[in-house]
Design a protein around this ligand. Structure first.
Ligand SMILES: O=c1ccn([C@@H]2O[C@H](COP(=O)(O)OP(=O)(O)O[C@H]3O[C@H](CO)[C@H](O)[C@H](O)[C@H]3O)[C@@H](O)[C@H]2O)c(=O)[nH]1
Length: 328
């Protein structure tokens, strides 16, 4: 297939783009490099340096599908600058979907988020749990989920919203290169890498087994596999009919780890001591976010293969073999 991958110079987009190329697809990356990196675009992919609004000029009927990763994704920034999230994530995606309709490109895989569930009252979280985001980032992604549901039925779009839980790890030369880096695993790995002397633990009074917050960490390689399966599913007979379809899937492992357990995994994998500093809770962090991944397992046959130690080991290998790519 010929595929447009928006945000393909970013962490997750570049891993998925590389996998799609390996599977034999033609890939064109569209990225404004506001947070992505030109050298993360996989070899063999076309590259267009532009924002998603410019998809109107780029898309034509030669494309079979779009995988849409380009987005603003910092919760704190979204609270401080909500307009940026509505313009970029919502209005930008609206333009992209309109461009798809005009070009008769009818298959879309969209990066949604566990933040759509806000503070869920029960775990593991199934897709029919109430959507109640607690920050503009979550609101913007949920708004797109609603947009896609409506466009699917009105325009015959076959769309998938994949709600990511905590994506981590690395594949080959593709790993996390955020600036600023807010995510737990790369921040812990900064200690053995010698960039900081201790890691902050945000919140030690949560109602969890050791008082720290629980998250469902998913290897980016497993995530990439899910995108391939979702893309295939948008091409199935029931998806591409005149009525279109929109399906939401959670992407997590179903297993949660506390912050302290992740620190312990880093100690185990790297063999380095990792001192911690106890800090107040970070604003807006829910105590527990663990996915039920039953729906995508049953319907698309996706089953994650990599455990937490493997995620940490691959992230550590990326940190030590590509130190020049770490921006902080
Ligand atoms: O240095 C750190 C970094 C994080 N944490 C804690 O570790 C847990 C995980 O934090 P991350 O920042 O790695 O991940 P989040 O669960 O906050 O974020 C995830 O969910 C967000 C929406 O809620 C966004 O989608 C984000 O991109 C995605 O990784 C949280 O309890 C956080 O407070 C620390 O203790 N120390």
């Amino acid at each position: 297939m010929k595929l447009l991958v928006t945000g393909g110079a970013g962490y997750i987009g570049s891993v998925v783009a590389a996998r799609l190329l390996t599977a034999g697809h033609t890939v064109v990356v569209l990225d404004d490099l506001s947070t992505g990196h030109r050298d993360a675009v996989p070899d063999g992919a076309g590259f267009v340096h532009a924002g998603i609004a410019d998809a109107t000029d780029l898309l034509d009927a030669s494309f079979d599908a779009v995988l849409h990763f380009a987005a603003k994704s910092l919760v704190g920034e979204s609270v401080a600058e909500p307009e940026r999230y509505w313009w970029n994530n919502v209005a930008g995606t609206l333009r992209l979907v309109e461009a798809m309709t005009a070009a008769r490109v009818r298959r879309l895989v969209f990066s949604s988020t566990a933040a759509a569930y806000g503070r869920p009252d029960r775990t593991p979280i199934t897709e029919d749990a109430p959507a109640a985001p607690i920050n503009p980032y979550g609101h913007s992604k949920l708004a797109v989920d609603h947009l896609l549901a409506g466009t699917a039925s009105a325009r015959g779009l076959a769309a998938m919203s994949l709600r990511y839980f905590n994506v981590a790890g690395a594949v080959g030369r593709h790993g996390e290169r955020h600036d600023p880096e807010t995510h737990l695993i790369p921040n812990i790995l900064d200690v053995p890498a010698g960039h900081r002397d201790a890691v902050d633990v945000f919140g030690t009074d949560y109602p969890t087994r050791d008082g720290t917050a629980v998250r469902d960490y998913l290897h980016v390689d497993d995530l990439a596999r899910a995108h391939e399966l979702a893309l295939d599913a948008t091409g199935s007979a029931e998806s591409v009919g005149t009525h279109g379809s929109h399906r939401i899937y959670n992407l997590g492992t179903g297993t949660g780890y506390t912050v302290r357990e992740v620190v312990e995994s880093v100690r185990r994998v790297t063999g380095h001591p990792v001192p911690t500093r106890e800090r107040d809770r970070r604003a807006g962090d829910p105590p527990v976010l663990v996915a039920s991944a039953e729906r995508i397992g049953t319907e698309l046959g996706w089953h994650p293969q990599h455990d937490l130690d493997r995620i940490v080991a691959d992230a550590w290998r990326f940190t030590t073999t590509h130190p020049e790519t770490i921006t902080r």
